[in-house]
Design a protein around this ligand. Structure first.
Ligand code: 5GP
Length: 122
């Protein structure tokens, strides 16, 4: 199945500057900003600037430059926030079963408290 990107999603609007965001890092191909409803003291979203729905879409279709930039941006956000000391969790939800709300690839970087077990029972 080919992914269909909806350019009216909220992160596309953030990338176009139509909605404000609390920016943490900007790079050529990526943007990091604070989640509007933080689930932990540190809750930062990292998104590619390109029109990718989810992680596997990005992995299959993004250029090497975009992928390198994105992975480095995640690393830079971790470094900027000193997360190597106490650790963090990286989450990428996808699709229905992954309970992805916004159909533009994003990873959540969560940190700043003990986060507990990875999955709760549904
Ligand atoms: P998902 O469930 O798709 O993995 O997570 C989407 C995340 O986007 C949620 O944590 C939600 O709080 C965040 N979010 C939704 N709308 C906005 C917004 O307009 N601005 C920001 N900064 N975060 C948003």
């Amino acid at each position: 199945m080919a992914y269909q990107y909806d350019d009216q999603n909220i992160f596309a609007k953030i990338l176009r500057g139509e909605i404000p965001n609390d920016t943490v890092l900007e790079t050529e191909h990526s943007l990091a900003f604070r989640d509007i409803q933080p689930q932990a003291p540190v809750h930062i979203l990292v998104i590619p600037r390109g029109p990718y729905v989810c992680f596997d879409h990005f992995a299959q279709e993004a250029s090497d430059a975009e992928i390198t930039d994105y992975v480095r941006a995640v690393g830079e956000v971790c470094k900027m926030n000193g997360l190597e000391t106490d650790g963090f969790r990286l989450i990428a939800n996808a699709g229905h079963d992954g309970v992805q709300e916004v159909p533009h690839l994003h990873v959540h970087i969560l940190a700043g408290r003990m986060l507990g077990r990875m999955l709760a029972k549904a």
